[in-house]
Design a protein around this ligand. Structure first.
Ligand code: FES
Ligand code: FES
Length: 178
């Protein structure tokens, strides 16, 4: 069967009910997504399916056919994602095992709630367990990622306005010459 992972269509010869996590790690060799409990209880295996955070250990590979799977390897495909940058700035990681899942859950949250409250963060990430107890730093990093995302959007808007301004100046100059 064919599945779309991080924008690439991959052909995998596996049973339809094989958990996506197994396919990612053991078949495709993408070990960024972690195996914690295997029973949808810890969040270590969180990936995005069509932009939503899902537990890949409890998702059969056939369920993602025709959908877009994004893993931690593909999150910052064009440079570090704001959540990854915030994680580095806040030095969140301790042993690291839960962190790809935490980051994927945080990125999914920020898509639906660009300015989350502490309560929103706690609720959205409540299924992502960190045995090292990095929860305070995770919360701070999600707020920082929210700021970084907003700043990036403002820069993009300013860039677009500058380009539009240049285009109209050039058109006006061309009109004046003709
Ligand atoms: S490994 Fe999937 S939720 Fe724990
Ligand atoms: S950083 Fe160790 S389990 Fe979360």
């Amino acid at each position: 069967m064919k599945i779309d992972v991080n924008g690439q269509v991959r052909e995998v010869d596996v049973p339809a009910d094989m958990p996506l996590l197994w396919v990612l790690r053991d078949v495709l060799g993408m070990t960024g997504t972690k195996y914690g409990c295997g029973i949808a209880q810890c969040g270590a295996c969180t990936v995005h399916v069509d932009g939503e955070a899902v537990r890949s250990c409890a998702t059969g590979v056939s369920e993602v056919q025709g959908k877009k799977v994004t893993t931690i390897e593909g999150l910052g495909a064009s440079g570090l994602h704001p959540v990854q940058r915030a994680w580095i700035e806040a030095d969140v990681v301790q042993c690291g095992w839960c962190q790809p899942g935490q980051i994927m859950a945080a990125a999914a949250l920020l898509k639906t709630k660009p300015k989350p409250s502490d309560g929103d963060i706690d609720e959205a990430l409540s299924g992502n367990i960190c045995r090292c107890g990095t929860y305070q730093r995770i919360r701070a990093a999600v707020h920082r990622a929210s700021d970084l995302t907003a700043a990036g959007e403002r820069r993009a808007e300013a860039g677009a306005e500058r380009s539009e301004g240049l285009v109209s100046e050039m058109s006006a100059a061309a009109g004046a010459k003709s």
